[in-house]
Ligand binder design. Structure first.
Ligand code: A3P
Length: 322
């Protein structure tokens, strides 16, 4: 199947699919590969790919684009707060970040049949509020993203090549990069924690998938390369997780200048505190808790795990992980 982006989609089959489904119990509905790029997604991605490629961007949109586990949620929260909640009194501030700054490509992880009265939809306040009468099967998060009031902040884990080239000429993109070793540990935890990935293999197995670009969302270096190639575009801001952690105020100032919020140093300082790891962990409104593996949650923690460098990780015992 040829997509509007020019990518050819091919379903994974045979031994390759069998191996993935042995290690990832969540990929029951299959996987597909997109070329060029060797991008890997769930089989349902083709249902939404052209709608995402042709998404109607507006001037004023800010897209938070990342490979998974690079600090997306942190950046979403900072940008949404800068644009909507400077006084920390917004009535929707406690809604999950992925509803306020919708996760555009999330629909490929949702079940094929989402009944409008299912428990998932009951916990999707923004769909209820903004997409009245819409059919969830046409994309829950896709439709939320189209319907949220301006200024819109939208999250994606897809790379540039899966978007229409006009994206950067219309919207602003904040692309977050993180040390690959930290991305590795964070994605390993995430893939064990979330049952829609359901990773049951060893750390060594996961390392092979990560290095070969065989994890859902493909190869981290390819993803970053596509952003790096566009680094001189005035509508692209590259943000490094480590810089944000080491010098938060300086990075918040650059972000504010880029998205044009014109905040004072005092306001930025308060936003830095409000979006610190400890405060976000205390508010913990990760809506994916319903999809957590409770054993992993108890043993290794939830979404707000560590937010620190890989060498501060506990040394894994060889017996347990490898
Ligand atoms: P760890 O798993 O290393 O702890 P994403 O939002 O892209 O999925 O990234 C998740 C990672 O960002 C997790 O890393 C999480 O702990 C970390 N994170 C989330 N909020 C953060 C914050 N306010 N400050 C620092 N790190 C944060």
């Amino acid at each position: 199947m040829l997509l509007d982006s020019g990518h050819k989609a091919t379903l994974l089959e045979g031994e390759e699919l069998a191996q993935q489904q042995k290690d990832f119990h969540g990929y029951k509905e299959g996987l597909l590969r997109l070329n060029p790029g060797r991008w890997l997604y769930t089989a349902r991605f083709t249902k939404f790919a052209n709608k995402i490629y042709n998404f109607k961007w507006k001037t004023g949109d800010v897209v938070v684009m990342t490979f998974p586990k690079c600090g997306t949620t942190w950046t979403q929260e900072i940008i949404w707060t800068m644009r909507n909640n400077v006084n920390f009194d917004h009535p929707l501030a406690m809604e999950p970040a992925m509803d306020r700054a919708p996760f555009l490509d999330c629909d490929m992880f949702l079940p094929e049949e989402i009944a409008p009265d299912s428990p998932f939809m009951a916990e999707c306040p923004s769909f209820q509020r903004l997409c009245r009468g819409a059919d969830p099967k046409d994309g829950v998060y896709l439709q939320i993203a189209a319907a949220i009031p301006e200024p819109r902040t939208i999250k994606t884990h897809l790379p540039f090549s899966l978007f229409h080239p006009s994206l950067l000429d219309t919207a602003k993109v904040v692309y977050v990069v993180r040390n690959p070793k930290d991305v590795f540990f964070s994605y390993l935890h995430h893939s064990r924690l979330l049952v829609d990935h359901g990773f049951v293999g060893s750390m060594k197995d996961f390392m092979k998938y990560f290095i070969n670009g065989d994890l859902v969302y493909g190869a981290y270096d390819e993803h970053v390369k596509e952003a790096w190639e566009r680094r001189d575009h005035p509508n692209l801001h590259l943000l490094f997780y480590e810089d944000l952690k080491a010098n938060t105020l300086k990075e918040l100032r650059k972000l504010s200048d880029f998205i044009g919020t014109e905040l004072t140093d005092d306001e930025l300082k308060k936003i830095a505190e409000y979006t610190s790891f400890d405060q976000m962990k205390a508010r913990d409104n990760d809506k994916l808790k319903d999809f957590y593996n409770h054993d992993i949650w108890k043993k290794d923690g939830g979404f707000f795990r560590k937010g620190q460098k890989w060498w501060l990780e506990e040394k894994p015992s060889r017996g347990r992980h490898c």
